[in-house]
Design a protein. Structure first.
Length: 277
């Protein structure tokens, strides 16, 4: 069984095209779980008008933010393979077929892919204009189609767009158990998968990732004005909390090393270390 987990928030402009591309896959999906985070536009009406029994649409009674909203969508999925989807991209027609086959052949727990870029009007954008993170700089020139990604690499930051992910039920099980609302959902999934099994990057663009003025789904939680002005760091970074949770359910090798690393990233602690030198 193949599931798609999607969240929406005021996505009326692009949601039809996205769902159309998912429903037109060469290997059909079995269900599309959509959680809407309180849209005030016509998102719900557009989804309802599709009248497709594969689409299961839920509306939150209050805005929960995109991390919690994705948790709800992913948790509700019943598939052996669970694809993540944003509301505003377009899937290549054989995305599901390619990814499921590779996951079955390699036994990987999470597969993520490359992507092409389009603008708000659906026109292709030169990939070089998109800021490249450390991962994409590192693989530049790599001729391998399938690139394994280790936990030690993922732990230092979120490196790949979550909209390209497919995970298996085992990763979903751990993700549901952790129920962490501080670390981005896609980063959590890669960390879990790389800890309990393996993560592979497919260096092939299987979605058209849309760049526009309102890419974020849902509302971000804002820091208090006082904390911003005082620039007071959190006592415990969100990643440290998550690592503690992950270590409880699946022992993390070099666990204390990773926690130490994150504490050393806090500006105030860096300053203390400088003074002690």
């Amino acid at each position: 069984m193949i599931s798609v987990a999607m969240t929406t928030y005021n996505g009326e402009k692009y949601i039809f095209k996205q769902l159309e591309s998912i429903l037109a896959q060469t290997v059909p999906v079995d269900e599309i779980i959509i959680f809407d985070d309180g849209s005030t536009d016509n998102t719900a009406q557009i989804i309802s008008q599709l009248n497709n029994p594969k689409i299961k649409f839920f509306v939150n009674d209050h805005n929960v933010g995109y991390i919690k909203n994705f948790y709800k969508a992913i948790s509700r999925c019943s598939g052996d393979f669970i694809f993540l989807s944003d509301q505003d991209d377009i899937w290549v027609s054989n995305k599901v077929e390619r990814m499921v086959r590779i996951m079955e052949d390699t036994g990987t727990d999470a597969l993520c892919t490359n992507f092409s870029l389009i603008n708000a009007d659906g026109q292709e954008i030169d990939r070089e204009s998109f800021p490249q993170n450390r991962f994409f700089r590192d693989i530049k020139g790599n001729v391998n189609l399938l690139i394994p990604i280790e936990f030690e690499y993922i732990v230092y930051g979120n490196i790949i767009q979550g909209a390209t992910f497919c995970i298996n039920k085992t990763v979903q099980k751990y993700y549901k158990e952790l129920n962490n609302e501080l670390v981005y959902h896609d980063h959590q999934l890669l960390l879990i998968a790389s800890k309990i099994g393996k993560v592979i990057f497919l260096n092939e663009p299987l979605i058209q990732y849309r760049i526009h003025s309102n890419n974020t789904i849902g509302l971000k939680k804002k820091k208090s004005k006082l904390l911003k002005e005082l620039k007071i760091p959190k006592i415990e970074p969100s990643m440290v909390t998550f690592l503690k949770q992950l270590n409880r359910v699946s022992k993390v090798q070099h666990y204390f090393y990773y926690i130490l690393y994150y504490y050393l990233r806090i500006p105030s602690i860096k300053n203390i270390i400088k003074i002690l030198k």
